[in-house]
Design a protein around this ligand. Structure first.
Ligand SMILES: Cc1ncc(COP(=O)(O)O)c(C=O)c1O
Length: 370
């Protein structure tokens, strides 16, 4: 079970700050404010056991690409299962992950073996670190990792986890770069796991636009772009062998019937998807501008400007103060500890159609930067 701290926990925030759970402006997640309008749910969907409907898989293949896939109750459930499966199907060496990123990956992998982190804020630095480690492995160990005298075991790359784009740091890698790393990992029986939970606003950089190599696993979430985190639905794209192992662990009926109906409609609705991409892209600067100058004035640095969130790094004391003051004004933000001298604050999107939301943010910001 995961005990990590996540955004969107209005119940805990309400207890902590003595506020009605309905009286929050929740900016603590990257979930789209403009959710897909859910269709009517047929009585059968509530009544029948939810075997996977072929219509859902057909809709997923038309939206994501024509690759073997598996639906699950959120990508989270797969994140928890993948390490044991990939360690069994591949090597048992160290897994490399970003030092800043969705921490459930790290938690899951560290339960079964060694993990090592690369820079999660700067993709150039990260690429240098990953390339250097792969070069080092190839020179020291050869393709099978033997003959590795005096070599630091932790710096070997067994499997590589990439969050593309990274939540909360916005770090991104090109598909070309990722495919090269997958090729190099293949020679040592390693897997490349790419979590594309936040890629729907820029689908052209998804690895699903081309045929997938056998050692690549792609995770997609229906929760973020479609604003449907509550239905708990995600998809995994991988070889049939990996998908079969996952399906065995997930057990039967892992995606409920109502979720299947809603997601089938959402994944097929190409005009909603196109309009939403345009709407989010056209609002991106406005969403950023609200926070940028006040935060820069307070000494923060902008690190991510995604269509669904923006993040700033700053001294931990400033992040704590801002998070706390915002909460006292009924605004929930997402603080992320990075190290003893740096924290990050992530700001989700405001629904501009709600006049009160913008006013609440401006009132708070005026208190911070008089
Ligand atoms: C990068 C990333 N991957 C995966 C998940 C899990 O999403 P879900 O289980 O809703 O598909 C999250 C949730 O916040 C996330 O931020």
């Amino acid at each position: 079970m995961s005990l990590l701290f996540h955004g969107g926990d209005l119940q805990s925030a309400s207890v902590m700050y003595g506020r009605d759970p309905h009286d929050w402006l929740d900016l603590s997640t990257g979930i789209n404010q403009y959710s897909y309008p859910v269709p009517a749910i047929t009585q059968d969907a509530w009544h029948q056991l939810p075997y996977v409907n072929p219509a859902l898989i057909k809709a997923a293949n038309s939206y994501y690409g024509d690759h073997p896939c598996l639906a699950s109750s959120g990508s989270q459930s797969v994140i928890q299962l993948l390490p044991a499966i990939l360690n069994q199907l591949g090597n048992q060496k160290t897994t490399w992950l970003p030092h800043v990123g969705y921490q459930e990956h790290r938690q899951a992998w560290s339960q079964i073996g060694d993990v090592h982190t690369y820079n999660g804020l700067d993709s150039l630095l990260a690429a240098q670190q990953i390339d250097a480690a792969l070069n080092d492995d190839e020179q020291n160990g050869g393709p099978d990792g033997l003959g590795n005298k005096g070599h630091d075991k932790m710096s070997e790359i067994g499997h590589l986890v990439i969050i593309n784009p990274n939540n909360p740091s916005g770090e991104t890698f090109t598909p070309y770069q990722l495919r090269l790393w997958a090729q190099r990992l293949h020679t040592k029986n390693g897997f490349l796991v790419v979590d594309e939970a936040f890629i729907d606003t820029t689908p052209s950089i998804s690895l699903l636009t081309q045929k997938l190599a056998d050692n690549i696993i792609i995770l997609r979430s229906v929760g973020k772009f479609f604003g449907l985190a509550g239905i708990r639905l995600g998809f995994t794209f991988a070889t049939q062998t990996v998908l079969d192992s996952l399906a065995k662990e997930l057990g039967p009926w892992s995606v409920n019937g109502p979720a299947q109906i809603v997601a089938t409609a959402a994944l097929k609705d190409t005009s909603w998807q196109a309009n939403m991409r345009c709407r989010l892209a056209s609002q991106r600067l406005e969403q950023l501008d609200l926070w940028k100058n006040p935060l820069l004035q307070l000494g923060a640095r902008l690190v991510a400007s995604h269509e669904l969130f923006r993040s700033f790094t700053m001294a931990p004391s400033i992040a704590q103060k801002l998070h706390h003051n915002a909460a006292n004004n009924g605004i929930l933000l997402r603080p992320v500890d990075i190290n003893s001298s740096m924290s990050l604050l992530r700001f989700g999107n405001i629904d501009f159609s709600q006049a009160g939301a913008l006013k609440r943010c401006k009132t708070w910001l005026e208190q911070e930067t008089p």
